[in-house]
Design a protein around this ligand. Structure first.
Ligand code: HEM
Length: 123
């Protein structure tokens, strides 16, 4: 399949798809991410994931995240969902659920972490 088609899929998917590098810097942010979190691509890419993580969870997130980047091992298995609250640009609290996929470089070190995220319906 042509790369262009895959890029269009990432961009247009109704799920939020975002990518961070091993330092946790956002390097990809699709249209659904713009719509649901309220930050446009230009504001999000190059920024830290902290823009959507509630302050009181940031430390736990980064401890877990950095450990996985160093060891290459996650305590979540492939299809486990992480379920957490998130903060949008306008300050609203929403609930999200997501899977993570690690992409390694040729030396076997984690290079990128992809997240496929859905907003949980409000009850
Ligand atoms: C609102 C957004 C987010 C919140 C509140 C959040 C919060 C957390 C918390 C509390 C943990 C610790 C979990 C535990 O110890 O069981 C964690 C771990 C982690 N988070 Fe996040 N996170 C968020 C978004 C993301 C995103 C978008 C990614 C990936 C791009 C990500 C990647 C990770 C990874 C890799 C871990 C380590 C998992 C492991 O220990 O195996 N997080 N996060």
């Amino acid at each position: 399949m042509e790369k262009r088609v895959l890029e269009e899929f990432l961009e247009e998917a109704p799920d939020i798809i975002l990518t961070v590098d091993r330092k946790g810097v956002i390097v990809y942010w699709n249209k659904s991410a713009e719509e649901i979190f309220g930050y446009v691509k230009k504001e999000a890419e190059g920024n830290s994931l902290d823009i959507i993580i509630p302050e009181k969870l940031q430390q736990r997130h980064w401890e877990g995240f950095n450990k996985v980047m160093e060891t290459g091992k996650s305590k979540y298995s492939k299809r486990d969902m992480l379920s957490v609250p998130a903060i949008t640009k306008s300050g609203d609290k929403i609930f999200i659920e997501f899977t993570i996929t690690m992409v390694k470089d040729n030396d076997g070190n984690i290079e990128y972490c992809f997240a496929v995220i859905r907003e949980k319906p409000k009850k």
